[in-house]
Design a protein around this ligand. Structure first.
Ligand SMILES: Cc1cc2nc3c(=O)[nH]c(=O)nc-3n(C[C@H](O)[C@H](O)[C@H](O)COP(=O)(O)O)c2cc1C
Length: 207
């Protein structure tokens, strides 16, 4: 499996023989999966991306990006996805290694608080805005490339976490962070399945 952020990338992956394509929408947390240049070609929202990728390839499509609960999963299935991939929703599970302040920031995040930034690693990734992102804005032209910048910011990120300060931590997050439930992963999956079934039932009886 591999991720695509537009239909062209999805077709390219299929031609290279992958078994399933993950359609990663613009809402997704963490590093952008875009491998075509420029990166802006991968700025397609999940709602628009998934059906276009479904139409573009004949292999199964897994929807990713901004899915936070059963409503999002049911919507992705309605768009033609065979499955979904959630990342941000699992960051606040007890099994995750996320710092307590990072968890709190995710639980309190508003829908408009994430940014796409190259400033931590040299590659675009979506995370919650903090002091580091604000102060690095405007210097994009002189950021070193990945993975040099990633190596350079490593000690800064570690020191920030050790000092219990989110100013210089990479707070990777999708746009649905506040929908996180903080449940153990197995319970979260059970709840997501139940929610999805109930949305699908409601829709089936509504027509
Ligand atoms: C902490 C974190 C790190 C990630 N790192 C990568 C990465 O290095 N490469 C990549 O293609 N996707 C990465 N992703 C994106 C996921 O593969 C997935 O597309 C995304 O989490 C789905 O959107 P959501 O976070 O809104 O659920 C990352 C996601 C998170 C939350």
């Amino acid at each position: 499996m591999s991720s695509a952020t537009n239909a062209t990338e999805a077709r390219e992956l299929e031609a290279r023989g992958i078994d399933a394509v993950i359609a990663q929408g613009f809402e997704a947390g963490g590093h952008r999966a875009t491998f075509s240049e420029p990166y802006e070609r991968g700025h397609v929202g999940t709602l628009a991306l998934v059906p276009q990728v479904v139409d573009a390839v004949s292999i199964p499509v897994i929807a990713a990006g901004g899915i936070g609960d059963g409503r999002g999963i049911a919507a992705a299935l309605a768009l033609g996805a065979s499955a979904v991939q959630l990342g941000t929703a699992f960051l606040t599970c007890p099994e995750s290694a996320a710092h307590p302040l990072y968890r709190r920031a995710l639980n309190e995040a508003r829908d408009d608080q994430t940014r796409i930034t190259h400033a931590f690693s040299g590659r675009p990734a979506r995370g919650l805005e903090n002091r580091y992102l604000r102060e690095m804005a405007g210097y994009e032209a002189i950021y070193p490339d990945f993975p040099i910048l990633n190596t350079l910011t490593g000690p800064l990120r570690k020191a920030s976490a050790k000092g219990n300060n989110t100013d210089f931590m990479s707070l990777w997050s999708g746009q649905s962070a506040v929908m996180s439930r903080n449940l153990p992963a197995a319970e979260l999956i059970e709840l997501l399945v139940k929610e999805t079934e109930s949305v699908l039932e409601r829709l089936a009886t509504a027509v």
